[in-house]
Design a protein around this ligand. Sequence first.
Ligand code: PLP
Length: 345
Amino acid sequence: MELEKLVRPNIWKLSPYSCARDEFKGRPASVFLDANESPYNNSVNRYPDPLQEEVKARLSVVKSVPAENIFLGNGSDEAIDLVYRVFCNPGVDNVVAIDPTYGMYKVCADINDVAYRSVLLDEGYQLNAAKLLAAVDNNTKVIWLCTPNNPSGNAFPREEVEKVLNGFQGIVVVDEAYSDFSSDRPFRVDIDRWPNMIVLNTFSKAWGCAAIRLGMAFASTEIIGLFNKVKYPYNVNALTQRKAIEMMQDLSRVNMWLSQILSERSKLMPAFADLPICEKVYPSQANFFLAKVKDANSVYNYLIDHGIVVRNRTRVNLCGNCIRVTIGTPAENNELMAALRQYKG
Ligand SMILES: *Cc1c(COP(=O)(O)O)cnc(C)c1O
């Protein structure tokens, strides 16, 4: 793969903004008069580390990915937008994605004026690599895959994802936002095998930190370098970096939440499937499941009236009369089931 051919020419040539903290590095100093900051320490008066080195060093251990293969952004959403800004010439290039999937890939395509080609998943929300690859043309720069997929919840078979990685000369993004909830081998540990692969992870789901806005991309050092060139210089603020470090100092909490959610998932899904209103619960390797009910709008409104919010997906392709339910605490899940058992249609 020749990376230069995939990157927008203006980005390939770009000399990035050089911030004060980039120019000074590594040498001992105690007087900082270089960045026009306030000298008065209130714990946030200094600019944060633009490359988040301490966070990456810890993350590298937790995620089994070398620090130089990690990009950190303001949520995965920043990385999604950067994929377009780095690789796709507006008004010229296109991307290919599965349908249904996470909505931000399309929103960012529209914002960046990049044509978005969606390819319907097969029966049971299965990935068909050949169908996806058939939608590619000479201007296709990126293929978007999300596994476990949102909103369907299923993880695609590894062989099928590998067919896409091996069969496409451009960038393949594998969004593994939900891989913590799946027993499959994550693709992030295999970034060496596919120089065209970018894997996304997030602190927003299993890590319980949606509010700090911290997302990760794992890729070759060359791709990480391009992301770093294009991102805002201080894209991850100091409070977020500090909270992420704190979270990684005590993994036991995250692991406890994770096992609780998996255990609740294994109870809630069959219980939901037994409800008279439920037509089907789709398999899930995520912290949510998709269920087909008799009348999604009516169930959705009924739950709202009982103070319970689920996601109505009925207008999404292939998701007619489907609702998406996030696994909550045992008490929340019981409340959901108690309300639905009283539902009279
Ligand atoms: C929730 C989610 C994310 C996370 O986005 P953040 O910006 O990191 O909060 C990414 N991808 C998918 C598919 C998601 O469902």
